[in-house]
Design a protein around this ligand. Structure first.
Ligand code: PMP
Length: 443
């Protein structure tokens, strides 16, 4: 039987049972009971190598984190009405990684959605404006404001029609798929941002902010083309707006080269949103920004989050940063990521289905395509490969607007040997797909 057709049938049955909007991953999801470093272990005792979990950046069940948070929970955990030493610690350690000393203030929240929501609110209050320029094909969260700029529509134009009128879209700066693909792609995508900013200014609705990930996480680690962020930031600032960097997925050392994607790209945002890795799956998020922007909030009320920056969250945030530094996980992401990216590119020479390998460090995206001229997304093949990799003990999932990119964003503790296990399993899976399709054609 054609393995792709079989999977299509499974998925249709699941859609029927669950409704369309809830995100789901496997036809037969394993019941995961335990995590350890890069491994997830199910109720049958089977271990899987977790290649997708960028939330648990320092590895699953890190004993130092469990001990520190446990100790704090025994001592005190309450709202953030007081100043806790652990929060001052977390804040200092986080600011030490900021791309520039002008970013001198941390506001604690509980998730990426909240961080993005607050970032947008801060920009609107500080500028006295409402318009926000966002890129297409992005995901920034589920709360009202973060959802409004979450333009990822999975090719469903109706999803974009319901954006609030303060959201203004520009193309995703993707030089592999978007309208601009040449050496001047960065300049041309940035010119779109300048054009939208100018139109808004002409209409007396100048932009409050431009929001973009510093590396396009939802697209599978696509790095914006040379000069894009710098050009877009200049244009928005010239129009009186602020710039927000969403580093929720790609920040925190994962890119290897730099702690933040903004630093890697040589730009300094006015507001940075972090979460996910910040608490290693304990709910910790934060906005990093400039004091005058936070002070502007006073004009229109105040900010308070009950659990944001609470003692246990602050301890979690602080310990995660200690572990990243002491275990040299950013350096590990650089070294193992470079090895993995090279191995995947070598694999591409033997499997035509593999297109470009996007990303940097331990945030990589393997784009699967049916042909190299049209770049037709190999959507169903990608889904089948993820299912089959699960049989081979690898957790791997699809991302991007077209769901044809394997997202590689494991705990930053991944070893070279584990990276090789994944590459071998992918090689074997691609050969299996060829063989099965070959036999289907001849039977
Ligand atoms: N921004 C980006 C880039 C994200 O990937 C996500 C989560 N996938 C969020 C924001 C929202 O974070 P959270 O799920 O913690 O609310």
């Amino acid at each position: 039987a054609d393995p792709i057709r079989e999977l299509r049938h499974e998925r249709q049955r699941r859609d029927h049972a669950m409704g369309g909007a809830a995100e789901r991953y496997y036809a037969h999801p394993p019941q995961i009971e335990r995590g350890w470093n890069t491994l997830l272990i199910d109720t049958e005792g089977r271990a899987y190598l977790d290649l997708v979990n960028n939330v648990t950046a320092i590895g699953h069940a890190h004993p130092r984190l469990a001990d520190a948070v446990g100790r704090q929970l025994n001592l005190l955990n309450t709202n953030s009405r007081f100043l806790y030493e652990a929060f001052a610690d977390f804040s200092d350690k986080l600011l030490a990684h900021a791309p520039d000393p002008s970013l001198d203030t941390v506001i604690p929240v509980n998730s990426g959605s909240e961080a993005v929501d607050l970032a947008i609110r801060l920009a609107q209050v500080a500028t006295g404006r409402t318009a926000v320029i966002a890129t297409r094909e992005a995901y920034h969260g589920w709360t009202m404001a973060s959802d409004a700029v979450s333009t990822s529509a999975f090719d469903n134009p109706a999803a974009l029609a319901s954006r609030p009128d303060w959201v203004h879209l520009v193309d995703a700066p993707n030089a592999y798929r978007g309208p601009f693909r040449g050496a001047d792609a960065g300049v041309r995508y940035a010119a779109q941002v300048a054009e939208v900013a100018a139109q808004l200014s002409d209409a007396d609705r100048g932009p409050a902010a431009f929001i973009c990930e510093t590396v396009l996480g939802n697209a599978g680690g696509v790095i914006p083309p040379e000069g894009y962020l710098a050009g877009a930031y200049d244009a928005v600032r010239a129009a009186g707006g602020l710039v927000i960097a969403d580093e929720v997925q790609v920040g925190y050392g994962r890119l290897g080269e730099a702690f933040f994607g903004a630093t890697m790209q040589g730009v300094v945002p006015d507001i940075i949103a972090v979460a996910k890795a910040a608490g290693n799956a304990y709910p910790v998020g934060a906005v990093i920004t400039k004091r005058w922007i936070v002070d502007a909030m006073r004009r229109e009320g105040m900010f308070f989050s009950s659990a944001g920056g609470a003692p246990a969250s602050a301890v979690a945030g602080s310990v995660v940063l200690d572990v990243i530094r002491e275990e040299q996980l950013q350096e590990n992401a650089r070294v193992v990521g470079a090895h993995l990216s090279e191995a995947l590119s070598r694999l591409a020479t033997r499997h035509a289905l593999i297109g470009p390998v996007h990303g940097r460090g331990l945030y990589l995206g393997v784009e699967l395509i049916r042909d190299h001229d049209e770049r037709t997304p190999a959507v169903e093949e990608t889904a089948w490969i993820c299912e089959r990799l699960l049989d081979h003990g690898i957790i791997m999932q699809a991302t991007s607007e077209r769901q044809n990119v394997l997202k590689v964003k494991p705990p930053m503790t991944l070893t070279i040997a584990e990276a090789d296990v994944f590459v071998d399993a992918l090689d074997r899976t691609l050969r299996e797909l060829d063989e099965k399709r070959g036999s289907t054609m001849t039977s």
